[in-house]
Design a protein around this ligand. Sequence first.
Ligand SMILES: NC(=O)c1ccc[n+]([C@@H]2O[C@H](COP(=O)([O-])OP(=O)(O)OC[C@H]3O[C@@H](n4cnc5c(N)ncnc54)[C@H](O)[C@@H]3O)[C@@H](O)[C@H]2O)c1
Length: 280
Amino acid sequence: MPSGQRLENKVAIVTGAGTRGEIAGTGQAASILMAREGAKVLLSDIDIDRAEETLNTIEKEGGTAKIFIGDVTSEKDCEAMVNESVKQFGKLDILFNNVGGPGGGMVTEIEEEDWHRSIDLNMKSAVMGSKYAIPTMEKSGGGSIINVSSIDGTQAGSTRNVPYSISKAAISHLSRIMAVHHGRQNIRVNCVAPGHVYGAFPNRFKKMEDDWRELRKKAGPLGTEGTAWDVGWAVVYLASDEAKWVTGVVLPVDAGVQAASPLSMLGDIIGSEEPKSNLY
Ligand SMILES: NC(=O)c1ccc[n+]([C@@H]2O[C@H](COP(=O)([O-])OP(=O)(O)OC[C@H]3O[C@@H](n4cnc5c(N)ncnc54)[C@H](O)[C@@H]3O)[C@@H](O)[C@H]2O)c1
């Protein structure tokens, strides 16, 4: 059963609405939460089985969703995706540009093909989705677009992931630029920047060891582990009318990791009061 009304009468598209891991990803969590809050959700994914898993959960809970299968790195598919939302639900109010993923290596390691794939997946997808969403949202009086950056977009991450990291930095800036360009159309554009989330993404390649999970927890001022659901709630807020005066924001969802410096967390990480700076 839908549990709230914060998104009642809203129509949303979530790209990457399935999950590649055993644990919910941000697209899956946000889709389920938006449906619980009353939105009708178009679940866009490249993989039918993954999209159906999310659809089944939403339908079991009494929510409303439909599936669109396409590749959001293709402009043609992005156009078709937005048209499908109008066909299924009559309009579009919310676009969560969630698709993204790694493309590895330092600059000395990057293969040209991986470079293009990563930039397309992380950046082009958000640009092309928005290109078709904005005129459609304008027809129904405005809307809310939420992009996904990452802690890796502001700081060098623990993996060496140049195309991913710079794409995420670009997505943060894209969100500010779009907020300025489309504010007068009553279209708000914001961004979430997840931190060390225990979700589908980091677990897909290598099962995350317990000691690494523990270390990721300790690196944040809150000292707790976050999941895709924490990111999903931030997306619900930015999508809702409660955020009607919020645009151009990059919201970290990271237990405070981006507020800390490595030395400020060192005592917590190594489990000691020391070392402390004795300079002051
Ligand atoms: N989980 C984290 O720790 C974390 C941290 C920072 C940022 N993020 C960001 O969150 C977003 C989602 O990551 P996740 O790990 O939750 O998702 P995920 O890797 O589980 O993928 C979600 C879905 O996207 C679909 N997908 C992949 N490529 C697609 C394409 N070209 N077109 C359409 N669908 C496609 C997949 O089939 C999958 O069902 C990404 O942008 C990621 O960079 C995640």
